[in-house]
Design a protein around this ligand. Structure first.
Ligand code: SAH
Length: 234
């Protein structure tokens, strides 16, 4: 199968056009960072995070009919009633995680695999769990095709975390629930950080948990957000 992304090193005209759109999108994201700094305390993306957002081809993670809209700063449908998050949200969540090159990260809600791809450029290893098997398979396939080797995707309910791969330096949940599952906090390393939308589906706050060296936790709400619900008890 020959596609534009597998035609060797020479980026074609189409890839250059996508790159231009990606840079324009990054400008929009940086502007939104400035607009939301009163909540997040961050007025711009860290340079490493900005570079990762500039590199990951979001258009490869959306279904064909949505490809033209891939670099609009909004969520898009990916099937099975799910969405790929708005690029700003992916960027700000990645930034708030303070990803370090040696980090092992757990993601709940692989969806398209886009957030996992962005993280994979910034950390040592990403483990990602997706409850819809078709989405898990699709994401794993795209990640593999694009060469993101440090991401492992598993189909299943992530509410219990991934005990076999724990503990994690960082945990990111991209679906909302009214409480943070205790198993996730348990699987976080001391000094680690967890980020998850919490609340009613209509009234959600992106919530950040820092686990101190002594195992106690500190919690703060960072930003009003809108995520699809975390499915539980399947
Ligand atoms: N991070 C994704 C966006 C995910 S949308 C991206 O970059 O595209 C949220 C995803 O969480 C959906 O795909 C949904 O199926 C998944 N999800 C919901 N409940 C879940 C659960 N209990 N365990 C794992 N995944 C879950």
């Amino acid at each position: 199968m020959t596609s534009w992304w597998s035609r060797g090193k020479e980026p074609g005209a189409e890839e250059e056009a996508f790159q231009r759109r990606r840079r324009a999108l990054l400008d929009e994201i940086q502007a939104e960072m400035a607009d939301t700094a009163r909540w997040t305390g961050r007025s711009a993306l860290q340079p490493r995070v900005a570079e990762a957002v500039a590199r990951v081809p979001r258009h490869a993670f959306v279904p064909e009919p949505e490809r033209e809209a891939a670099y609009a700063n909004r969520p898009l449908p990916i099937g099975w009633g799910q969405t790929i998050s708005q690029p700003f949200i992916v960027a700000v969540m990645t930034d708030l995680l303070d990803p370090e090159p040696d980090d092992v990260v757990l993601e709940l809600g692989t969806g398209s695999g886009y957030q996992a791809a962005v993280l994979s450029l910034l950390v040592k290893q990403v483990y990602s769990i997706e409850v819809v098997p078709e989405l898990a398979r699709g994401a794993a396939r795209v990640l593999d095709r694009l060469g993101y080797r440090n991401v492992e995707v598993r189909a299943g309910d992530g509410a219990e975390g991934w005990p076999e791969r724990a503990p994690f330096d960082k945990i990111i949940v991209t679906a909302v629930a009214d409480e943070i599952p205790a198993a996730l906090v348990d699987q976080l390393k001391p000094g680690g950080r967890l980020l998850m939308p919490v609340g009613d589906p209509g009234r959600q706050q992106l919530t950040l948990i820092d686990k101190r060296a002594d195992g106690t936790t500190e919690r703060r709400e960072v930003l009003p957000v809108a995520f699809v619900p975390l499915r539980t008890g399947r």
